[in-house]
Design a protein around this ligand. Sequence first.
Ligand SMILES: C[S@@+](CC[C@H](N)C(=O)[O-])C[C@H]1O[C@@H](n2cnc3c(N)ncnc32)[C@H](O)[C@@H]1O
Length: 252
Amino acid sequence: MENIGPETYGELNADVYDEWHAGLDPTDAVRRLVELIEEGPEGPVLELAVGTGRVTIPLAAEGVDLWGIDASEAMVARMRAKPGGERIPVTIGDMADVEPETDARFAMVFVVFSTFFFLMTQDEQVRCFANVARRLLPGGRFVLECPMPDVARYGRNQTVETQQVGLHHVRLVAVRHDPVEQRFDGHHVLISNEGIRLAPASMRYAWPSELDLMARLAGLERRERWGGWRGEPFRAEGNYVTVYEKPRPTLP
Ligand SMILES: C[S@@+](CC[C@H](N)C(=O)[O-])C[C@H]1O[C@@H](n2cnc3c(N)ncnc32)[C@H](O)[C@@H]1O
């Protein structure tokens, strides 16, 4: 898709994001993130791409010193309008750069849902890993929730799926797949009696082995890979969670 920037998704989806993702319960993610924070080094925590605060707000309510980055003013405005959301410091910027408005180094950096794949090129994803590693304390973790790429859905490198049917509307997802660049470019298409509403989303997916290589290039070591936030076995399907760690310096 042409003319797409880091802010595009948020600016064009902010008004429907919470409604369309109301079924995503952050409870397990928050519980697991708190456990990981408790066993890691002391320090602040940074979320990449906070969005409307789906995970950010309940995690900050647990007493975590939480900072955020997001590219979209419109998404962050939604978060700031919610109780507790206005207290979380969020920098508007590109998560590939990892430049929060503090010089602190972080005990943990995390990115949830499918959001890491919103970095549209392999270069940006590699840069993000390197910048996260630079900002982590020794022993600090980079936690990613990512969907396992399901390319079988895209016969002939495209698909149209019906996601929701109501009495007065239907919601479709129309996607094209580029297997070389590992990209999905698509739209949620809401058709109702009022007209047609398009909500674009593009992603550059990476396989688990590619994430591990990006981590290795950044000097991070893989500690865990679970099939979900409850620590389920990894079965290469659905959304899974990986924990990378910045090694502590070894004593001479
Ligand atoms: C699917 S939403 C996820 C929001 C939130 N983390 C959640 O789980 O509900 C994706 C978010 O990523 C943000 N985003 C997309 N590309 C970005 C980039 N390059 N840098 C920072 N934020 C970005 C969007 O503005 C949007 O808020």
